[in-house]
Structure formats: structure tokens, C-alpha cells
Design a protein around this ligand. Structure first.
Ligand code: SF4
Length: 489
């Protein structure tokens, strides 16, 4: 189904109770993937159940793949942000999964491997969807000499804490932990992590990295707290007030040379067009987007018209607004600007469809929900070549393509449906070693005398302890307060 609009408009996916329609070839392709071939779904379901295979996938997966996964009935399939992926893999292993396929980029499969090992499931094999490296521009930025210099600068400070984005390799995490007390974070817990660290160890000097846009956006977010009254700040974190937020800002640093190539596309031009062409839309913006788009989201959030944060925050916001419209009967058309990777649209559509269906059955009026993909006129494209897998430039007419144009991560799209089918068909049928090229990367070289898996797992365990207890674990707090052993050099 298609509906007309100006040729230059952003692609839009329209969700109504009676179905989905699309404007623009990009949105049309997204829509078509939401109704997968039932025979393929059945085949995958049967193989996963028979071979006891669990699948954990990131929200940014290809919509075609997500469409199939969402239609399967196998209980061990989970699509989420990276934080939850590893937890669910452990849960699946506890419930009897004998193999885990990770659909994501390499740092995600490394995390899953590390957490399964910690939980005593070393014997459960983990597979990636490609033998080639499934990289990430942020993870690469953290491998650079510039990042090493940033860490050494942190190492030279007396009470440094390195807050590293989870989108980094285990080797990066190990190197970092060897130099500076380090905790990993995701976009869903980074704000809380930094606020807690600053409250728990007020002398801590916080070094965030490697995502520069997120680093800048966090600074803007903390600065914006100074406009709130004290009670509103305390509602965010009971130990904070204006003075402590000012002190935090004085001790906050971020790395200035790392960007996600996908979120980089949401630049000034996109933000301006969103303002001009969609003045009444709700605006969602991931913490990784450049400043202009982030500010737009932040402004919208202040007046209840938007959200800034993680993929989960974006999904929760859209669901809450649709529910509100159904309950109050106000708003027959809701428009959401999707300021993140387009793979998010699959879980959004599934949730919104379920809400509209439930409301319709209850005899309530249902709104029309438009998801706007604010894609830039420039884009990135995949080349299929190992040496230069990603190049700037548009891949199709509207500056966006399901084959790897703007707002789609070309690394994530290395996880194809074909690759998943191939793995599940081969598991148990071929010698295990013939699948070893799909195992998460193993780092042989020790880092500061310890294995990369062991040392790199420490910052992840710190994050998990923080998630469980709401405060930094005692060993991390001691390390920030106390003198460091000299590893740098
Ligand atoms: S969208 Fe792709 S490039 Fe960007 S952080 Fe995620 S995996 Fe890395």
C-alpha cells in the first residue's frame, strides 16, 4: 500500500488498525518485510526447536530478518538492545538452549560469550552470522592510538573513572581496565551510571568514550539539569543538586574522535527539515545522534513531546503516547520522528499494531500512527569489499536504501536471513570445527598479563553489579579512590 506526498519528503511508514502503508521506496521495503513468508517462518521455527538453538538479536537487525524472527513461535528468540541480549542468552542456556546465535556486531557476540562463561555455560557454543569481521565504527575508534592516549591521560589523573560504551571490543575493555578503573555502559544506563559515580565518589574524574556525539549530548543533558529546580534534579537522583551537577560537569570529559557512522547521518540538515516539515511530530533521538538532532529531541522531551535516550527509551515513549491517545481519545493522527537506526521500526510496528488491535476490539477509536524516517540527503553505502566495506554516498534515489543506505547500519546488515538459516541448518549436521569461523573473536595475546576475556570482562561485571545494586561495586569504588598500579607506558 502506498500514499502520496511531496517527492522530497522523508519516507514514512503509516500504521493503522486496518494495515500498514508506506511512503517512499525505503518505507515500502520496511513495510513488506513485516509480513514474511509463513513457510520460511515455519522452517526456522522447526529447526530452532529441534536443535535447541537460542537466538539473541539487536533491535538494529535488518527488517526482513526481524520480520521473520517476530513471526516465529520458538520461545528462545529475543530482540533487544545490547544490554539485555547477553542476559537473555544466559537465561536461554539455563532453560536448555544448547547453542546461541548472536545477530549483531562482534562486540555483542563477545559480550554474550563472556557472560555465558561467567555463568558457567562455557560449553554452549556462540555463533556470529558471518566469518568476516562484523565491525562497528565506534569499536574501531576505541582501538585507535588516539583512544590509547585518552586512556593514558585518564590514567595520569588521581581519581579517574573510565565509563566505556559497550560498543567496544573485549580487548579495548581489557586495555582500558588495565589502565583506568573502568565500567561499561549502554545508552540505557549511561546517565544513571555517571550520576551515581559522581554522587558515590564526588572526587571522581569521569572519562567517557568513545562516542563523541554521545559524550557531547551527555554534557548538554547534564547542563540542562541546571535549568531544573532542586526537587526535579533530586527526582532524577536523590544525591544530586545544582552544586553537585556543577561539580560533575567540571570533572566530566569525553573522547572527541569517535562516531557511529549511522547516527552521524542525523546532522544539521536533518534537524532543520524535521523542524520545518514536521513541527507537530513527537521527536525521538538516540543518545548517539549529533548535537542538532539531540537538542531537538531534548527540547521536545522538556515539553512532553519527545524523548532522548536508548532504543528501549524510544520504544517505551512511542508505546506510552499511543496508549495515551487511545485512552483519552485525543489525537487521531500521531507522528513520530525516528531519530535512530531504522531497524527499530520492527518492534515499534509490532507493539503499535497490538495496541491498535486491542483498542479496536474493545470498541475504542484508534489513531493513525506515522513513523517518519528522517534520512539525510547524503548516505553511506556498502561496497561488499573487505578492504573498504563502507563508503559515503547515496545508495538509492531518496538517499536511503535497505541495502545499506542512511539510517541503516551496514555492519548490522551483515546478519542476513540467509546467514541465519545457513547456521541453523548446519548446526548438528556438520563437524563442530567447521563452524569455528563463526565463533566470537578469541584474543590470544594477554593484556597486562591477563587474558583479554578475563580482564575485559571486569568492566562488564562492574556494570552488571551496578544494574543489580544501583551503586558502583566496592572494588570499583576502592580503585577510583585509591592509588593505581602503573601499567601505562
Ligand atoms: S549503528 Fe552500527 S556503527 Fe553505529 S554504533 Fe551501532 S553497530 Fe556501531
Amino acid at each position: 500500500m502506498q500514499y502520496s506526498a511531496p517527492a522530497t519528503a522523508f519516507p514514512v511508514l503509516r500504521i493503522e488498525r486496518r494495515g500498514i502503508s508506506a511512503r517512499g521506496s525505503f518505507a515500502e521495503a520496511q513495510a513488506s518485510y513485516l509480513r514474511p513468508d509463513p513457510r520460511l517462518v515455519q522452517k526456522l521455527d522447526d529447526l530452532l526447536s529441534k536443535k535447541r538453538i537460542g537466538v539473541v538479536a539487536h533491535f538494529y537487525m535488518d527488517p526482513e530478518l526481524q520480520g521473520v524472527l517476530a513471526s516465529c513461535k520458538h520461545p528462545h528468540i529475543h530482540v533487544s538492545d545490547s544490554l539485555v541480549m547477553a542476559d537473555r542468552a544466559v537465561q536461554m542456556a539455563k532453560e536448555g538452549a544448547e547453542h546461541i546465535v548472536v545477530l549483531g556486531v562482534d562486540f555483542m557476540s563477545e559480550n554474550v560469550r563472556a557472560m555465558l562463561d561467567v555463568a558457567g555455560f562455557e560449553h554452549v557454543p556462540v555463533y556470529r552470522a558471518a566469518e568476516a569481521e562484523i565491525g562497528c565504527s565506534l569499536a574501531e575508534a576505541a582501538e585507535s592510538p588516539a583512544y590509547r592516549a585518552y586512556l593514558e591521560r585518564a590514567h595520569s589523573r588521581p581519581h579517574a573513572l573510565h565509563v566505556v560504551y559497550i560498543n567496544t571490543s573485549l580487548r579495548t575493555k581489557a586495555l582500558a581496565e588495565g589502565l583506568v578503573p573502568t565500567i561499561t555502559c549502554t545508552s540505557s544506563n549511561v546517565v544513571k551510571t555517571i550520576l551515581q559515580a559522581a554522587a558515590q565518589v564526588p572526587e571522581a574524574e569521569i572519562f567517557f568514550g568513545p562516542d563523541t556525539y554521545m559524550g557531547e549530548n551527555l554534557k548538554a543533558l547534564f547542563t540542562s539539569l541546571l535549568d531544573l529546580d532542586e526537587s526535579a534534579i533530586r527526582a532524577l537522583h536523590p544525591a544530586h543538586d545544582h552544586a553537585s551537577i556543577r561539580a560533575l560537569l567540571e570533572r566530566y570529559h569525553y573522547f572527541e574522535e569517535g562516531a557511529c557512522i549511522v547516527h552521524h547521518m542525523f546532522g544539521e540538515d536533518v534537524a532543520r527539515r524535521v523542524r520545518e516539515e514536521h513541527p507537530d511530530a513527537f521527536v525521538t533521538a538516540h543518545l548517539e545522534v549529533p548535537g542538532e538532532m539531540f537538542r531537538l529531541g531534548l527540547e521536545a522531551q522538556r515539553v512532553g513531546r519527545g524523548v532522548v535516550g536508548s532504543t528501549s527509551n524510544i520504544l517505551d515513549f512511542i508505546v506510552a503516547k499511543v496508549k495515551e491517545a487511545i485512552e483519552t481519545g485525543r489525537g487521531d493522527r500521531l507522528e513520530f520522528v525516528l531519530g535512530t537506526e531504522s531497524g527499530m521500526v520492527t518492534p515499534i510496528v509490532r507493539k503499535v499494531e497490538a495496541l491498535l488491535d486491542e483498542a479496536g476490539r474493545a470498541g475504542k477509536a484508534t489513531p493513525t500512527v506515522d513513523i517518519v524516517f528522517p534520512v539525510a540527503s547524503e548516505a553511506i553505502s556498502t561496497t561488499g569489499e573487505a578492504a573498504l566495506p563502507v563508503v559515503p554516498g547515496v545508495a538509492s534515489g531518496e538517499g536511503c536504501s535497505v541495502a545499506g543506505g542512511c539510517a541503516t547500519c551496514p555492519y548490522m546488515k551483515m546478519n542476513s536471513l540467509r546467514a541465519l538459516m545457513d547456521i541453523v541448518e548446519r548446526v548438528g549436521e556438520v563437524p563442530a570445527e567447521s563452524l569455528s569461523g563463526l565463533y566470537p573473536k578469541h584474543y590470544d595475546e594477554p593484556v597486562f598479563g591477563r587474558s583479554a576475556a578475563e580482564l575485559g570482562g571486569v568492566p562488564i561485571l562492574h556494570m552488571r553489579a551496578f544494574q543489580a545494586e544501583g551503586k558502583l561495586p566496592p572494588d570499583l569504588e576502592r580503585a577510583i579512590r585509591g592509588p593505581r598500579e602503573a601499567n601505562a607506558g
